[in-house]
Design a protein around this ligand. Sequence first.
Ligand code: GLC
Ligand code: MG
Length: 270
Amino acid sequence: MKQFLLVSDLDYTLVGDDQAMARLNQQLEQHREQYKTKIVYSTGRSLFLYKKLTDEKALLEPDVLICAVGTEIYYSSSNTLDSKWSDHLSEGWDRDLIVEISKAFPELKPQPESEQRPFKVSYFNEKEISEKCLSDLDSGLLEKGLDIQIICSFGSSTHINNLGNNYENGKDVEIQVLDILPRKANKGMAMTFVRENLEIDIEQTVACGDSGNDIALFADKKEKGIIVGNAKQELLKWHEANPNPNRYLAKAQFAAGIEEGLQHFGFLEK
Ligand code: GLC
Ligand code: MG
């Protein structure tokens, strides 16, 4: 056994089965003490919603916290923002212009204020946004010289209603979530930045996820990857179309899927 770097998404990846998470956390905590293993969370949530989650769930304190889909990096409990990363993202980014252009697409419903971040503009869309609308939005933004990327994920309305929305009168339906980010930031690029800062080898790094915004953790990456058994269609489809021997699709769900993957790669003992 030796040191590794775990970069994990939270909602529906590490978080989803409290018992399995408690079991995994115990092993990770021990590994961190013994081998200086590093634990990094990479979530779509803002710091505000991350803190809400820590009130609800027994999470370990991470060594580094990546929020808002790779656009904000915080160091442990100090809540210090990595300004080197933010400075890097501010070049060529014009948030107000993105908001303005997006207004031409009435199907896009802005997410709550807490999730509108300096380098992230986020919307909900109740029905799957058509390919045409998505490409019109993309080209509308690019035409103005904006160096952006659009990331689509799906979320359950239950989770989204926890953010103060009211979708589908209590029925649990899938809702599309859309994040517009600088081209220079996503979960994958933030992972590389953090891995290099921590000076941990690619071979000793493993990323875990379940949905669309996690694809960047796995795309063209030499880091190892674990997709949990409950992963969403958008990630599974992408995984099938882009095979990579460094990526493991777990049978088990949530934290049990992470545990299964860590054992598969030999990071944890069976
Ligand atoms: C989280 C964030 C939301 C984002 C979604 C997908 O749920 O709170 O703003 O759109 O992740 O990245
Ligand atoms: Mg997730």
